[in-house]
Design a protein around this ligand. Structure first.
Ligand SMILES: *[C@@H]1O[C@H](CO)[C@@H](O)[C@H](O)[C@H]1NC(C)=O
Ligand SMILES: *[C@@H]1O[C@H](CO)[C@@H](O)[C@H](O)[C@H]1NC(C)=O
Ligand SMILES: *[C@@H]1O[C@H](CO)[C@@H](O)[C@H](O)[C@H]1NC(C)=O
Ligand SMILES: [Zn+2]
Length: 298
């Protein structure tokens, strides 16, 4: 009985560990829904075929799967693929300098992962898929990592683990800077402006890039000459935003409230929208008949 008890306690500790939920569930769900709505018929059909039947064609139902499994023994290798640690205060991303796991294994970062899963899915159309790879998993990883690479604090400084060790308060509760960008801003916006209705939130976001404030920018978001270099560009945008808006003016232990929320919320919203538009662009290209060529990472 003693063993059983400690297993339960360990289980409770594990589920309540902070830091286990990068880019909130809501952020990933909305990114994937936006993307799926923008798919061309060919890509839409391929996505549907790759998804397990029980989600009934809904990609967003599994966009958080990589976060759920990253701590399982079988998938522990995938943990470094959710983020990039860049040198403190450098405010830049350099693929060969920064894209590795803490042990130095090359390409093991979110930019390397986007490239990796894009390449795997590309082979689906030309029928040369490597049988070692499960392409359902490749689709879920790609869809998830396209969200993560757009979350500014997922490309953060090394010593504070992308803001995870910067403890502070978000209004009246304890949080940390990473979580503020992953979840707090999104959840506060949902509660304050959308009656906690995710559909209303998604609709507002979609209106903003189809006819609203970002309608002039949307086509440039989807521009990408070379599917391999683009993840580097998206990661660079994230670290720039992390410096300019994430870390800027934040002192450990302080309370962040209205001022921080109001000025940062538009950035968070735009990154979710960009992630969705770009995920659609990648899937549309990867699953079209038109042949693509991606060079290996350098
Ligand atoms: C690429 O994908 C394979 C299969 O999921 C995985 O074993 C490998 O670690 C991945 N590498 C990167 C850089 O994402
Ligand atoms: C592919 O991965 C998914 C998710 O882990 C799993 O449910 C499915 O059974 C796998 N398919 C094959 C053929 O292994
Ligand atoms: C959409 O744009 C309006 C007008 O600028 C803004 O108030 C609102 O917060 C935006 N919504 C989202 C989800 O970005
Ligand atoms: Zn993640």
């Amino acid at each position: 009985m003693k063993m059983g008890y400690s297993c339960v306690v360990l289980g409770l500790i594990l589920v309540s560990l902070p830091g286990a939920w990068p880019w909130s569930k809501e952020g990933h769900i909305v990114t994937c829904r936006i993307a799926q709505d923008l798919l061309e018929p060919e890509a839409a059909e391929t996505v549907r075929n790759l998804l397990p039947h029980y989600v009934d064609g809904d990609l967003s139902a599994l966009c958080t799967w990589p976060d759920q499994i990253r701590h399982w023994y079988k998938y522990r290798w995938s943990s470094p693929l959710h983020f990039i640690d860049t040198p403190d205060d450098a405010c830049s991303f350099d693929y060969s300098r920064d894209c590795h796991d803490p042990k130095g294994a090359e390409d093991m970062c979110v930019a390397g992962a986007v490239h990796n899963y894009t390449t795997q899915l590309m082979h689906y159309r030309d029928g040369t898929s490597d049988r070692r790879y499960n392409l359902t998993e490749s689709l879920l990883f790609l869809s998830h990592f396209m969200g993560d690479i757009h979350q500014p604090m997922h490309v953060g400084f090394t010593s504070d683990e992308g803001g995870n060790t910067i403890n502070l308060r978000w209004f009246r509760h304890k949080s940390n800077l990473h979580h503020v960008w992953d979840r707090e801003i999104i959840l506060t916006a949902l509660a304050d402006y959308y009656g906690k209705d995710l559909d209303a939130f998604q609709q507002d976001l979609q209106n903003n890039f189809t006819t609203g404030i970002w309608s002039d920018d949307t086509s440039s978001w989807g521009e990408c000459d070379d599917l391999f270099s683009c993840p580097k560009k998206w990661a660079s945008e994230s670290i720039s935003l992390a410096c300019k808006w994430g870390y800027k003016g934040v002192t450990p232990g302080e309370t962040l409230s209205d001022e921080y929320f109001n000025s940062r919320m538009p950035i968070v919203m735009k990154r979710i929208a960009q992630g969705g538009v770009r995920l659609a662009m990648v899937l549309n290209r990867v699953f079209s008949d038109h042949k693509q060529h991606i060079p290996p990472p350098t």
